[in-house]
Design a protein around this ligand. Structure first.
Ligand SMILES: [Zn+2]
Length: 440
């Protein structure tokens, strides 16, 4: 089917040129590709009588056209924990947020440490997924940090990266070997940087808030110790070391230094670590802390949060990642699982708090959520060009909307951003030229 998008606003930068000013464009999409880009509106295609005109022509007047977004880190829970999320519901959340591609983590049941599980995910994504799902393979068997997996087999089955995300790799020589093995295959090792001797079973960041509420804390150094290790090993081996969900000032300093020396290191940050700190954790009426503010790495100190913001505006950060992790949270904070959903709100949070306030250029924000995020995995995306895949999102940048529990497409609503008013609501998401989300 042919689809026309008329009168959308975008920038010449996103069209592959230079320039930040908004320009009005119209597009024709056919067989999954962008076949024509025009300055003038295009005529409605001739279709069969069963197709409604509204399904063929999108009037995008006043809407901003972005390349489809790519999230480098999501947890879709399938196979094994489909009651929390599955590929169908997770990808529904993705397209609701303007994401057309996601990289999924291997902490499923069974673990994605074997070709069959990865092949299952690829197959399931092609049948029930609304967006493109790129699986990762586990670094160690069962994420146990003992026995290294066969990266070549995992890559052949479809894995775009290697990671034990969900857990830090405690064994130094195993981690170094992973960088060496992955380098030979041209894929990155993604690190959930956590030294368990320092995180020590804590529930929130160790600091004034954990002490005040008598909750066991996670030391900031639990992350930075592993980030420094990864940067050193990357410099030594030449392997591509990618830091997942960075959250502390010391980690950022280590990455800054490694990048200055030209090390093969990349880093992502999550909207919640940019926008919230431990002081923001909601205190419930009974005086206890709300578990929707519990994630791993935890919301850190204000100093750490400000360091993440500085790294973002300074250009140290390569990508924005949600770490979308659906969970039921009706438990005391010590007992509740770690995790936050994020696909539906990520773009709007970044747009509202960084672009609209003038801290970050719109093009840079989109690049961090598409082209640059894809580059970590050698996935080409992030430009609106004739001949390119029609992976696109249309956002309303001007009308405020409020996040409610029913706003989420995920199976869970574990978000600390409920009740927040944001800008940048998704109106349409197209994956391979098909409309996968249309705002009701
Ligand atoms: Zn993680």
């Amino acid at each position: 089917m042919k689809i026309i998008i008329n009168n959308a606003l975008t920038t010449s930068h996103l069209l592959g040129g230079n320039g930040h000013d908004l320009v009005s464009i119209s597009l024709a999409i056919e067989k999954g590709k962008i076949v024509q880009i025009s300055e003038c509106p295009l005529p409605a295609p001739q279709g069969t009588s069963t197709e409604k005109p509204s399904e063929k022509v999108i009037d995008a007047t006043g809407l901003f056209l972005s390349p489809g977004l790519l999230d480098p880190q999501v947890h879709f829970r399938e196979p094994g924990m489909e009651y929390k999320e599955d590929i169908a519901s997770g990808s529904r959340a993705a397209v609701k947020g303007g994401f057309t591609s996601v990289v999924s983590m291997p902490n499923t049941t069974p673990t994605a440490d074997n070709e069959d599980t990865i092949a299952f995910m690829v197959e399931k994504a092609s049948t029930t997924g609304l967006c493109k799902v790129y699986p990762t393979g586990a670094l160690s068997k069962g994420l146990e940090g003992k026995e290294i997996t066969d990266f070549e087999t995992l890559q052949a089955a479809g894995a775009v990266a290697i990671t034990d995300d969900g857990k830090g790799v405690q064994n130094n020589s195993l981690f170094k070997q992973a960088l060496i093995n992955a380098k030979a295959l041209g894929i990155p090792v993604l690190d959930h940087s956590e030294d368990e001797r320092l995180s020590n079973g804590g529930a929130i960041h160790e600091g004034d808030v954990s002490r005040k509420h008598n909750v066991k804390g996670i030391k900031a150094s639990s992350e930075s110790v592993h980030v420094k290790r990864g940067c050193d090993y990357s410099a030594e081996t030449g392997g591509h070391y990618h830091v997942l969900h960075v959250s502390t000032a010391d980690s950022i300093e280590a990455i800054r230094q490694a990048k200055a020396k030209g090390a093969n290191v990349t880093v992502e940050v999550s909207p919640h670590h940019l926008l919230l700190c431990d002081e923001d954790i909601l205190v419930k009426a009974d005086g206890t802390l709300d578990a929707n503010w519990k994630m791993n790495p935890p919301l850190r100190s204000k100093h750490d949060m400000l360091a993440c913001r500085e790294a973002l505006t300074e250009g140290i950060i390569d990508a924005i990642a949600t770490d979308h992790a659906p969970h039921e949270k009706a438990l005391p904070i010590e007992k509740a699982p770690f995790g936050i959903i994020g696909l539906e709100t990520a773009f709007a949070l970044i747009y509202t708090h960084f672009v609209k306030t003038g801290k970050l250029n719109l093009n840079t924000a989109i690049d961090l959520m598409s082209k640059q995020a894809g580059a970590i995995f050698n996935i080409k995306c992030g430009r609106i060009k004739e001949g390119a895949n029609a992976d696109l999102a249309l956002f309303d940048l001007n009308t405020p909307f409020t996040v409610t529990p029913s706003f989420f497409a995920s199976k869970s609503q574990n978000s600390p951003f409920i009740n927040k008013t944001l800008y940048g609501e998704t109106y349409y998401t197209l994956v391979n030229g098909e409309i996968k989300y249309a705002r009701p």
